[in-house]
Design a protein around this ligand. Structure first.
Ligand code: EPU
Length: 422
């Protein structure tokens, strides 16, 4: 097992480049299944989740090559695909569920292991299933698998989502692009990653209107063709670097990042005392004072992203004042607070609220990352804690952050990756 050893106290200064978004590229890889031939994805991050998705696609019969240095993934999809996603891969990565829609559309059948709960909450699939049933599929839960099938082509319908779920929007969208007739999906997620997949599907020949709005209208087409597509930049990684600049009172220029994808988060950093300026392909975050505490409320896009909540709790832990953090998406995301408390943070939680009282200093200690973003939050806290913080559970961080440690070192952090002995 690997761990990270962080010695706090360095001010982070310099430039970083963000790669394509994990939460987009995994879905783009699944969308490639919709067209026979070779689809090429650019700016793919070198992270564990991409490897898991590549392995899943190989098991379905695709050839997948991944040039880690160049960030290129090429997926060659055969005429006939296998349609079963086994538990051993799905349990390693919940996002495997995103093959459900494309497999059903391409094969008329899909068997995907149920991912179950995970470290950030129970995370249901009811809206995915209801949407597919609306389009004419049968769907049952048998022996731990979600089994969906249809004898004829799926048929266009009106679907309304109770909540703008990212995953359900993607599943129904990918099933609908080759359905017979027009599908209207209301109350869809509007995340930049949804816009990215809609753009790629349209490049592949799909006819999706309303991209970026709450209603998608999809006119089904006979078939799609493979394309080459550049992945949208990772706004959560960019936001993590922005918090790193503020928490360490540093100065970081973040390239390949879009201010418009992080509007509320960056505004919060300005309220905390940072200066944020746009540069040609990104933005620069400069901080020269102890941050002021900032309240946050997580909501679907364009609200404050839940995937930046732990990083902002870390920031509030050393801020001047008290902050109320409200988590509306994943009930168990506050689990990481217990780890932060090991560094001396003063955080009290009650249901989906956390009250963070800023401390002048944190003190280094061993801590365990329980999910990707909790891992990032703990590393950020370690950067400002007195002495050494040892972060266990590094594999979580590797699932979402490519080149995180080398980038931190280049910016001046004292961080090393170590093998756990014994
Ligand atoms: N939900 C249901 N039923 C459904 C679908 C969702 O109850 O059928 C609930 C979930 O339980 C959750 C809420 O709706 O409480 C939001 O879930 P959503 O479907 O929007 O999220 P997701 O698709 O499971 C993606 C990202 C998450 C990110 C969320 C919200 C991927 C692979 N994952 O998850 O990213 O937090 O959207 O933006 O795209 C991460 O990267 O660390 C991460 C967890």
């Amino acid at each position: 097992m690997e761990l990270l050893s962080v010695v706090g106290g360095s001010r982070l200064v310099g430039e970083v480049r963000v790669t394509g978004a994990k939460n987009s590229v995994l879905k783009l890889m699944a969308a490639a299944l919709l067209a026979e031939g070779t689809t090429t994805l650019l700016d793919v991050p070198d992270i564990l989740d991409v490897e898991i998705m590549a392995e899943l696609l190989r098991r379905l019969g695709c050839e997948v090559t991944h040039d880690q240095v160049g960030g290129v993934v090429a997926i060659t999809v055969p005429a006939i695909l296998d349609h079963r996603a086994d538990y051993d891969l799905v349990r390693r990565m919940r996002a495997s569920i995103c093959v459900l829609g494309p497999l059903l559309a391409r094969c008329g059948a899909a068997e995907v292991a149920l991912p179950g709960g995970d470290n950030i909450g129970s995370r249901g699939l009811d809206m995915h299933v209801d949407g597919l049933i609306k389009l004419g599929a049968r769907a049952v839960n048998e022996h731990g698998y979600l089994i969906a099938s249809t004898e004829k082509r799926l048929r266009g319908e009106s679907v309304y989502l109770d909540f703008p779920s990212v995953g359900a929007t993607e599943t129904i969208l990918m099933a609908a692009v080759t359905a017979d007739g027009t599908t209207v999906i209301d109350n869809v997620a509007r995340e930049p990653e949804i816009v990215d997949i809609c753009r790629m599907l349209n490049e592949m020949g799909a006819r999706i209107a309303g991209v970026g709005s709450s209603t998608l209208t999809i006119e089904g087409v006979e078939e799609l063709h493979p394309v080459t597509h550049r992945t949208v930049p990772d706004r959560i990684v960019a936001g993590t670097w922005a918090v790193a600049a503020v928490i360490t009172q540093g100065d970081i220029t973040i390239h390949n990042a879009k201010v418009e994808h992080l509007q509320i988060a960056l505004e919060k950093l300005v309220i905390a005392g940072a200066v944020v300026t746009e540069v040609e392909d990104g933005f620069r975050v400069v901080m020269d004072q102890r941050p002021k505490a900032v309240d946050i409320v997580t909501l679907p896009y364009p609200g404050f992203p839940t995937d930046l909540q732990p990083q902002f709790i870390a920031l509030n832990a050393i801020a001047d004042g008290a902050a109320l953090v409200t988590e509306n998406l994943f009930e168990a995301r506050f689990r990481f607070v217990q780890e932060l408390a090991r560094l001396g943070a003063d955080v009290r939680t009650d249901g989906h609220h956390a009250l963070v009282r800023g401390r002048l200093a944190l003190s280094g200690a061993p801590v365990e990352a329980t999910d990707i973003r909790a891992g990032a939050g703990l590393v950020l806290a370690g950067l400002v804690a007195d002495g050494t913080t040892t972060v266990y559970g590094v594999s979580h961080i590797d699932r979402g952050y490519s080149g995180f440690v080398p980038d931190l070192v280049r910016l001046g952090a004292q961080i090393t990756r170590l093998e756990e002995v014994g």
